[in-house]
Design a protein. Structure first.
Length: 95
């Protein structure tokens, strides 16, 4: 539904707030694939662990130095990092 709305408006610029972070970067070019869902899963994991948006930008790396990350398993951190790769060609897949 978001993609059809964006095609109508010509971009995702009309979407604001928290909803916007769920949009995989490649959707700005209307390149839709199952890896878009992987991005959203990574965002959901991040939000569940941190409780909200922490002013992280797509270009920034996570350093996991905040106390909230201390009890999170290395495997979950690694999965989240693989899910939040900006380049969809390098992002983890659901296969």
């Amino acid at each position: 539904m978001l993609v059809s709305q964006a095609r109508h408006h010509g971009s995702f610029s009309h979407i604001s707030g928290v909803d916007r972070i769920f949009i995989a970067p490649e959707l700005n070019s209307f390149k839709m694939s199952p890896k878009c869902d992987v991005w959203s899963i990574g965002i959901i994991i991040y939000l569940l662990i941190t409780g909200g948006i922490n002013d992280k930008r797509h270009e920034e790396m996570f350093d996991f130095k905040e106390p909230v990350w201390f009890s999170v398993s290395e495997e979950l951190k690694e999965f989240m990092l693989m899910a939040l790769v900006v380049d969809h060609k390098q992002r983890a897949s659901l296969e």
